[in-house]
Design a binder for this molecule. Sequence first.
Ligand code: CUA
Length: 313
Amino acid sequence: MNRLTEFMLPPAKSTTAESTDALFHFINVTSIILLLGITVAIIYFSWKYRRRSDDDVTPVIAHNSKLEITWSVIPLILVMIVFGWGFTGYINLITPPDDAYEIRVVGKSWLWEFHYETGHVSVNELHVPVNRPVKLIMSSDDVLHSFYIPDYRVKMDVLPNRYTSLWFEATEISESVIYCTEYCGTAHSNMLATAHVHSQEDFETWLESAGSADDDMDPAELGEQLVTRNACNTCHSSDGTRLIGPTFQGLWMAERTMQDGEVVVADENYIRESILEPNARINEGYDPVMPSYAGSLNDRQIDAIIEYIKTLQ
Ligand code: CUA
């Protein structure tokens, strides 16, 4: 059974995953038993009561109370079990424990931002402590997204202008994939993130040191890291390849034509504006789909990204 379970479902790494799986297996196994039982009965009866000769007349049977009660009560019991089990599981899933650690999640086309109580923001990297309930309070900056961690068996829509939340308690120090499961545009399938589960101690160390390691790094090098960490490279290549947005290669000080015909030189101010107010000016031939990084990148980080773009000549 265990090997079959592993073949059908991803590893169960949260406190609620096992009970969710148990219900899934119950429904699955019951359905298989019913399918086999009914199929065998149909084949057997059609053989047993087959017409043997031309004057073999089918008797008229109006009803059979015993039989009808049996085939009503058995399914009723089954669906009541599924309802009771599913409902308690659902109530548990929508009720986070009071001591849950809260993290703000913002979905943007096409990345996930995680805001911690210390003010630190990470992009596409969710860091959580093990064996502690975590509550995510989520919203979207643009269109509908959906936050999904298969290993934890949790999924919730992420909407603009409204908060939704979900909670989980990770039981294993490991990494799990986070997906967006609501089709949200061109790079929907690249809207991936990773959940990193730490020991309580390591989590606190990570929270304290997050961001400060950047302080003594060479700006261009830091910029390169930030471009990956903030998922800029989902839409902007650094080798001239045309993706959803213009490439960074050869961008520095290049003349670019905007949609309204204005010609702009890609200097510090233009790049800064593009990061903070991406829809202020749109390059000819591209769509206005970039989310703003205002609030998630500070001045030093923006400078570093500009320094990195300068190196891509
Ligand atoms: Cu966000 Cu699909």
